[in-house]
Structure formats: structure tokens, C-alpha cells
Design a protein around this ligand. Sequence first.
Ligand code: NAD
Length: 488
Amino acid sequence: MLTRLHFIDNESTAAADGRVLEVLDPSTGESFATIARGGADDIDRAVRAARRALDGAVTGLPFRGPWGQTDAAGRGRILAALAGLVAGHHQELAELESRDTGKPMKQARADATALSRYFEFYAGAADKLHGQTLPYQTGYTVLTVREPHGVTGHIIPWNYPMQIIGRSVGAALAAGNACVVKPAEDACLSLLRVAELAAEAGLPAGALNIVTGLGNEAGQALAEHPGIDHISFTGSGPTGERVSRAAAAHCCPVTLELGGKSAQVVFEDADLDAAIPVIVNAIVQNCGQTCSAGSRVLVARARQAELAERLAAAFGSLRTDTATNDADLGPLINARQRERVSGFLAQAERDGLPILARGQMAADLPAGGFYQQAILLDAVPRDHPVAQQEVFGPVLGISAFDSEDEAIALANGTPYGLVSGVWTENGARQMRLARALRTGQVFVNNYGAGGGVELPFGGMKHSGYGREKGFEALYGFTTLKTIALRHG
Ligand code: NAD
């Protein structure tokens, strides 16, 4: 049985009260590890460690600690070393992630590659974050400088832990913040290993701390802690709202990366040969547990039958198997998630939605695993829960439209606004749709669920606010100071 503890001040540390949580393998439902069950005391220790790394021992004198004294080029060098170590431990990290989350190995490997790439990207960006000089009255020079927020909190979900720590902590460290991370209780193991590698890469003690535990204990304590200067939250809407309220009590800015109900809009002139594999992958990837999953297909009525038939053929051949057998889909993360998906499917069945195809389940799957095959639904009404709410499973719904305006209204007609895809060869229509869709990213004749380290990512509406990834994230992890010099 694997035992993992918090990582605070570059050391493995048990919870202050010694409590632990069991970790289940989603492929079998069996316990294979324990992690520390952190609480407010552990969060406080981590926040103090981060503050010392940044500011040193004396209150009120900022940036005197070892991390605060590391200049931008130095931060970039440490992140570059970390990117190299992650690449060198690629297989080990992928195996840990796959066991912990049930991801097929090919997805876990892709996540480990993305993690290394995030650190590489932010290593290169660290010393390129410039301020400006501003025109002002004669006799003055005015400039802006970007400074780190200070101690940043990072609350991470279980679906892409490595990718999300990469984009969030990578950018925060590059900008000079010290970080306290609270991973999801279902997916901690890879992140604890990443923190060890960061120490090996030369990150000073306290610059990156990981406290594991439950959301309503360690997570809530992090959001409430008055020593946290910025919170990056990735997870569900209701939790994001709770975190924002807790942070508001100490005037702490929050970035919210929440859920989605992303649409792929297929017009009558779309190249279906190109579109179909992309549409399938966008919902099947990570067993549909992707915030930016393309979970709705909106199709011009003239192509509905053809698209439905071809998607049904593709869905019928999708296979669900254990994480190690590396099929199209692994298990869902836990029993609660499987019940959630089953609940949506039961409602679809009660409401008479046509099930066009079901994927295949491998024979002899372990009885305790959390398996779900891919499901394709047709003629989903615009107000049905499957069209409006985040299922977070491998369930794709097709709906037809009769005009471009109807397509736009349908695509925008959910509370969410994360990502959208448009499939058409008509250039003017591509641009009209790209401007009309209320989502943080629009993909035309492609779809990048979660992809693109360089591409700013984040939501509109109930998908959240703030941007992570790309250079834009560095602005989010800094605060702007204006300095006005009167020199005559
Ligand atoms: P969740 O909201 O249940 O949990 C997210 C994190 O918040 C976990 O670490 C959890 O322990 C913590 N948490 C729970 N209660 C808390 C509280 N009261 N205070 C502080 N922290 C608390 O979400 P989940 O089920 O882990 O992840 C799935 C959700 O995440 C989906 O809605 C998905 O769309 C979203 N997500 C969004 C993005 C994005 O970038 N937009 C990326 C991945 C996942």
C-alpha cells in the first residue's frame, strides 16, 4: 500500500492530526494508497512556508525570502529544469496518474507531456513579462510594473491534475508567486511527485506546497485563509461559488475555471470526413470528464441523418476497458460520478430520447470498477437536462437546426460559455459564428478540447472568469503597480 503525505517546505509531512484518506483505483474500486487528510492547521503551515519563501522571516518587508530574491531569469531556469525532470519521469508520472484516475495510459502520457510543455513554456516566458511607460505631464516619467500577488492558492479538480497544475502553478511561479496547492481528493499522487521534482529542480523550500484532503476541509480552509493573496479555482460551479464567497471575506481575487456544455456546430457544407473523428474524440477523451468536452452536436437539418448514421457507426465501435488496457475509454473517476452519468441517461430514456448507439464494454471487467460505455443520443430538445447541464461522462447529444441564427441561439442557449466548434467551408460564416458565439475559445474546422499550452483559456457566463494558459495567464498571476516619478 502506497502512503503519501503533504508536501510542505520541500518535505513530506503528515497531517497535523495524523488523519488519512484511502485512495481507490477506479479500474477495480479497490484501495491501493493512502494520502494525508489535511485541515486548517496544515493549510496554515503551508501558507506560512510559502510566505517565508517569498518574503523571508520579517513581516512587512516583501520579497526578502529565497524565492522572492530569485530574479525572473532564475525562476525561468528552475522551471526549465523542472520541465526536463518531468520529461525524464514521463512514464512514472503517467502510470501514477492512470492508476489514480482510471485514465487510459495514452491519455495519462499525453497529460505528462503537456505538464512538461507547460513548465517549458512558462520557463521561457518568465523574463518576458514587461511593464509599460505611459505619457503623462511634462516633467514626469510614469511606468507600470507587474508584481506577483504573493502567496497564491490553487484548487485543482481530479480530471486533469497534471495539466491543471502545469498551467496554473507554472504561470504563478514564473510570475514570482509562492504557491499552496489543494488537489482533488481523488487525484493527488502525480502532483505530490511533481512537487518533489520541483524541489530537485532547485525550487526553494516553501515556494510550492501541496496539502491533500477533502474539499470542505482543506479546500475551504485554503479559500478562507487570510494569508492567501489570489486563488485559482478549477472545478464545478457550486464549489466555485463557495470558494469565491470565502475569498471575498478577505478581499482575495479569484480566477474561476468552471464547467461547460460546449457545442460543435456542423453546417450543411461541413467536411464530415474531417469533422467526425474530431467530434468523437472531443467527447470520448478522458471518458467525457473534460470541462471543454464537445458534449453537444448541432447540425443543419439537411445533414442530420448522414451525421447521425456516421457518428453511430463510430460510437458503436468505441471500447471501454481498464486503464492499463488502454482502450478508447477507461472507467469514470468514482461511484458518485457513475451515478451522476446514469441519472442523466435514465432521464433521457424516460423522456424517450432515441439512443442511436452504445459503445462496447470489454469482457471480464473488474466488478468494482466505475465503468460506463459511450452513448449517442439523437433529437435532444434544447431545454432537456442533457442539453443544458454538464453530464461529465461519454454522452453526446445531437440536435438539428434550420438556419444560421437558430444555430447561434442554440449554441449560446445554455448557462455555460467555455468552448465551441464550428464546421463550415464558408469563410464569412466562419467569422460570423466566431464573433457571435459567447465562449472563451472558438475552434473553426477543428476542436481543441483542453489543448494548446499557448492558447489563453477560460470561460464566459457560468463557465467562469479570468484566463489561464498562454502568456495571458501571467497577467492574471500578477498585479499592476503604477510608479510616477517627477523629475522636472
Ligand atoms: P469540484 O468542484 O467538486 O472540486 C474541485 C476542487 O474543489 C477539488 O479539489 C475539491 O476538493 C475542492 N473543493 C470542494 N469543495 C470545496 C470547498 N467547499 N472549498 C474549497 N474547495 C473545495 O469539481 P470536480 O468534481 O473535482 O471537477 C469537475 C468539475 O471541474 C467539472 O464541473 C469540470 O467542468 C470542472 N473543470 C473545469 C476546468 C476548466 O478549466 N474550466 C477544467 C477541469 C475541470
